[in-house]
Design a protein around this ligand. Structure first.
Ligand code: NAD
Length: 430
């Protein structure tokens, strides 16, 4: 059993903390937002993530999980300190490192005994060195080591992803320290890659950029399919069966969002430019993604003529299903544009409405998808929640003023929707 401190109680930090506690470790959670800590002290998760609250309740009750705003209560005597703070996008596209710096500055004075500082935040190449430099002001280098351990969990299945990782990536100058972090992960039985700090940091950016590239690739193919009368869903299925390609991240639609892909692709492009590289592919990935959202709105305009005074229903607001995370969700851009064109917007999402309300306060939020459909001139599907696949589409059609359906995630079958009397549009489908 190890004593672990985790800094930053966001999606990554809280999942990491609760899961390590569940493996039997003593875990101290540090968060600068006092409100989040108050919620956690009442065993409540400050955001929606399937299975997380049960883990918090179980491990807090067993006395293995503690929450505090104070570093001096948690960090002294920790074997491992995980940095899981946000690295949002700065104005210029770079990753903002102020939270990582603040965390390192607060960890430093509280180091007692030998401690391994593990960075899980997605950080520009060289950040591990920066953290080491900061800590050297406070402690002798023989008393600590910095290890990069990029996180690959997916919101919506984060707990499951923690317990079943494809691989554990560890980067360090000090191999023994990396091996100690590997031992901590031994119960997960996952393959471990130990490499240097810079390479580990790069593995995270390259992985996210590649996944984003697949989405933009299939969206570009979708656009071409639309013009040439091919069905991108079948194209993706046919491609995905090729073992060299695989089926994942080939769903055409309104593009990627979330707190990771957009910012990480931009940050990688920024780093590349700073080194005089020309990141043409990364730029294209971002442009294609923005185009996917613009084209969707243009399609709506084409189908309705104009949006002035129209009522548009939206199903799905979070950036993907099974999360309430609204960061960079395509729904924000799409709804804002529609609103600017004079339409009223009604929307429903199973869990993201409270967060969406903070960003899009003028939207009318409804209790069910059927309430959204009532009197709508068009219905847009923006997030592919499972419950939208089970809707009674005849009832939806009858409730709408105009049976116009724009399926931004290709949830429905075009022929079936047309048979039901919808004017249907799916991305990249004939
Ligand atoms: P988040 O914004 O949800 O949470 C970060 C938390 O850290 C916030 O609660 C914030 O108040 C707290 N914080 C910031 N500075 C602090 C400090 N100095 N001391 C204490 N608390 C502090 O972020 P997230 O989504 O969990 O992401 C964290 C990092 O992990 C980012 O670098 C992100 O790119 C990366 N990542 C995220 C995901 C994901 O799916 N969300 C997946 C893999 C990697």
């Amino acid at each position: 059993m190890a004593k672990i401190s985790v800094i930053g109680m966001g999606y990554v930090g809280l999942v990491t903390a609760a899961c390590f506690a569940d493996l039997g470790n003593e875990v101290w959670c540090v968060e600068m937002d006092g409100h989040k800590i108050e919620l956690l002290q009442q065993n409540k998760a400050p955001f929606y993530e399937p299975g997380l609250e049960e883990l918090i309740v179980r491990n807090a009750s067993a006395g293995r999980l503690h929450f505090t705003v104070r570093y001096d209560e948690a960090v002294p005597g920790s074997d491992f300190v995980f940095i899981c703070v946000g690295t949002p996008m700065a104005e210029d596209g770079a990753a903002e490192l102020k939270y990582v710096r603040m965390a390192a500055e607060s960890i430093g004075p509280n180091l007692r005994g030998y401690t391994i500082i593990v960075n899980k935040s997605t950080v520009p190449i060289g950040t591990g060195d920066m953290v080491t430099e900061i800590l050297r002001h406070y402690a002798d280098s023989s008393t600590f080591a910095v290890v990069s351990n990029p996180e690959f969990l997916r919101e919506g299945s984060a707990v499951n992803d923690f317990f079943n990782p494809d691989r554990i990536v560890l980067g360090a100058g000090d191999r023994t320290a990396a091996e100690k972090v590997a031992e901590l992960h031994a119960p997960l039985n996952a393959p471990v890659i130990i490499t240097d700090l810079h390479t580990a940091e790069m593995i995270k950016y390259a992985s996210n950029a590649f996944l984003a590239t697949r989405i933009s690739f299939i969206n570009e193919i979708a656009h071409i399919c639309e013009r040439l009368g091919a069905d991108v869903k079948e194209v993706a299925r046919g491609m995905g069966m090729d073992r060299r390609i695989g089926p994942h991240f080939l769903n055409a639609g309104v593009g990627f969002g979330g707190s990771c892909f957009p910012k990480d692709v931009r940050a990688l492009a920024y780093m590349a430019k700073a080194q005089d590289c020309h990141p043409q592919l990364l730029q294209a990935v971002l442009e294609i993604n923005e185009d996917a959202q613009r084209r969707f709105v243009r399609k709506l305009l084409e189908m309705l003529g104009n949006l002035q005074g129209k009522t548009i229903g939206v199903l799905g607001l979070s950036f993907k299903p099974n999360t309430d995370d609204m960061r960079e969700a395509p729904s924000i851009e799409i709804i804002t544009r529609i609103h600017e064109m004079g339409a009223e917007v009604k929307a429903y999402d199973p869990v993201a409405m409270p967060r969406a309300e903070e960003i899009l306060p003028w939207v009318t939020y409804c209790a069910t998808p059927y309430d959204v459909a009532k009197g709508a001139d068009a219905l847009l599907v923006i997030t592919e929640w499972n419950e939208f696949k089970q809707l009674n589409m005849e009832r939806i059609r009858d409730l709408m003023r105009e049976a116009v359906l724009l399926d931004g995630r290709n949830v429905y079958e075009p022929a079936e929707m047309r048979r039901l009397g919808f004017r249907y549009y799916g991305v990249g489908r004939p």
